[in-house]
Design a protein around this ligand. Structure first.
Ligand code: SF4
Length: 492
């Protein structure tokens, strides 16, 4: 879509709302309106006395519309000023866009990846729940169902926030290996078929990083309350390798205040009795079927069947006392609303404590995008998610965390559902950015959170195993940034 900005330079805000409403479009900036019939938006902001007004003229698929939004002239600091002006851009673009779209977008004029935090922040400021819900529905045009999701997840977040101490942190360990690569994967994970030889040197480097991170944690007096080993598929490691990793973590960190220890055992083809026995102290294991249809599993490049998932689940329940999470994806190739419902019903009958319902999100590098594989459309994905919401609610699950991603089918969302009291602490901490997460390992992303000022700083570990191994000195040196952040920001 050709974009002409007048009176401002808020490219990011314009692109976000354009992508949310017209996911197939890509931005192209112009200095003059195009002559032809190309898709085009003119986004103008005018400062009037006491107010700012945004007007969007939109041309899409041969039809035209206009949207406007106005706000009192934003006062205060530059951040507030920019935020208010970006808000009227979103709203004006939304008003113009809905005139041309066949149906209203589920998330209305909201574009961020954490719509739930808007609700959480309102409740924290003392806004009553019904007023906060009204704001989401009537002023941001969020569907009542999605506003309800926000309310449920905001309540879960506030319950966690009440118990958090300023020095509480979580740890993340990234194991960037998988048995094979899934067709929708956009993660950094490498198939072990290609990189088996890198596992041992990777683990050696990781042990060094764990040791150095633990020194920083001790020096700053931080308290570890949650630990998450993800990836990739950590259970790609052998049982002795898993034992070694867990022993190293337990030796280096004081885990006496740990409230949750999660391990992704994502792919059922990596789950075995000896590995489950090696997961000492683990309180939550993820077994991720994505689908219980063999046809869909084959279409996404998973080299296992639904029967393997049933066997892995039974094995896990027989050996491990950990709670189980199961991830599903709505919108996969070869799936249908009926097939997705069958998957849901079967998984609910299996009885995991958590079920996470993702919406397919495709990045450029995934096989499905590259090959443009046929997959369910927006209306079908919407039906899948509606069925999930109805069936999970009826089975006693409640939504407790929520996030959106770019390029997500139909612009929907990912939602974690849990039985009462089984909500994953780590998922709430990371999604709501409630405390620092110190990451170690491949593709890990440390997020330093100052709970008082809300400031956030990130440090990234190298993504790929080879890069990670070769860059370990630099990674270790970057731990000083954690000390600096805490000494300058949090511990003052
Ligand atoms: S299991 Fe996850 S990380 Fe591994 S290849 Fe599949 S999608 Fe990617």
């Amino acid at each position: 879509m050709k974009l002409l900005l007048e009176g401002h330079g808020y490219r990011y805000a314009v692109e976000q709302i354009m992508l949310a409403l017209f996911p197939g479009e890509r931005p192209e900036y112009v200095d003059f309106p195009p002559e032809g019939e190309e898709n085009f938006a003119r986004v103008s902001i005018e400062d009037l006395e006491g107010a700012s007004r945004c007007r969007v003229e939109l041309r899409w698929s041969g039809s035209v519309s206009v949207g406007e939004a106005e706000a009192e002239a934003p006062a205060g600091d530059k951040l507030t000023y920019d935020r208010e002006r970006q808000k009227i851009i979103r709203l004006a673009f939304y008003h113009a866009g809905v005139e041309l779209l066949p149906e209203r977008p589920a998330w209305g004029a909201l574009t961020g990846i954490r719509p739930g935090t808007i609700m959480t922040n309102m409740l924290k400021r003392g806004v009553p729940e019904d007023e906060a819900t009204r704001y989401m529905v009537e002023e941001q045009f969020v569907s009542p169902k999605r506003a309800r999701l926000c309310l449920d997840t905001a309540r879960a977040s506030l319950r966690v926030q009440r118990e958090l101490e300023p020095r509480d942190i979580a740890l993340y360990v990234g194991i960037p290996f998988c048995p094979t690569r899934c067709a929708y994967c956009s993660f950094v994970s490498q198939s072990v078929e290609r990189s088996m030889g890198l596992i041992e040197p990777f683990l050696a480097a990781l042990e060094r990083e764990i040791g150095e991170t633990a020194k920083v944690v001790r020096r700053l007096g931080l308290r570890v309350i949650a630990l998450y080993i993800g990836g990739g598929t950590p259970t790609t490691l052998s049982a002795p390798q898993l034992t070694r990793l867990i022993d190293t973590l337990s030796r280096e960190f004081d885990l006496s205040a740990l409230r949750e220890f999660c391990v992704e055992a994502g792919r059922p083809d990596t789950i075995a009795a000896d590995k489950l026995s090696a997961l000492r102290g683990v309180t939550r294991v993820s077994i991720n079927p994505q689908s219980m249809s063999d046809e869909v599993l084959s279409a996404i490049g998973r080299r296992h069947t639904a029967e393997d998932i049933r066997a892995a689940y039974a094995l896990t329940r027989g050996i491990s006392p950990a709670q189980v999470n199961m991830d599903l994806i709505a919108g996969l190739p070869a799936d249908t609303p009926e097939g997705f419902e069958r998957t849901l019903r079967e998984v609910i009958t299996m009885g995991p404590e958590n079920i996470t319902v993702h919406t397919l999100a495709l990045k450029k590098g995934s096989k499905i995008t590259l090959e443009d594989t046929a997959r369910p459309g927006k209306a079908e994905v919407g039906r899948m998610l509606d069925a999930a919401s109805d069936l999970l609610t009826a089975a006693g699950y409640r939504p407790y965390y929520l996030y959106r991603q770019k390029y997500m089918s139909g612009g929907f969302e990912n939602v974690g559902w849990a039985k009462n009291g089984c909500e994953s602490l780590y998922n709430i901490l990371i999604m709501e950015e409630l405390c620092t997460i110190l990451a170690m390992g491949g593709g890990g992303s440390t997020k330093l959170v100052d709970p008082k000022k809300g400031r956030i700083e990130r440090i990234f570990d190298p993504k790929y195993p080879k890069e990670y191994i070769e860059g370990i000195e630099r990674t270790i040196n970057s731990k000083e940034k954690i000390v600096k952040f805490y000494e300058e920001e949090v511990l003052l």
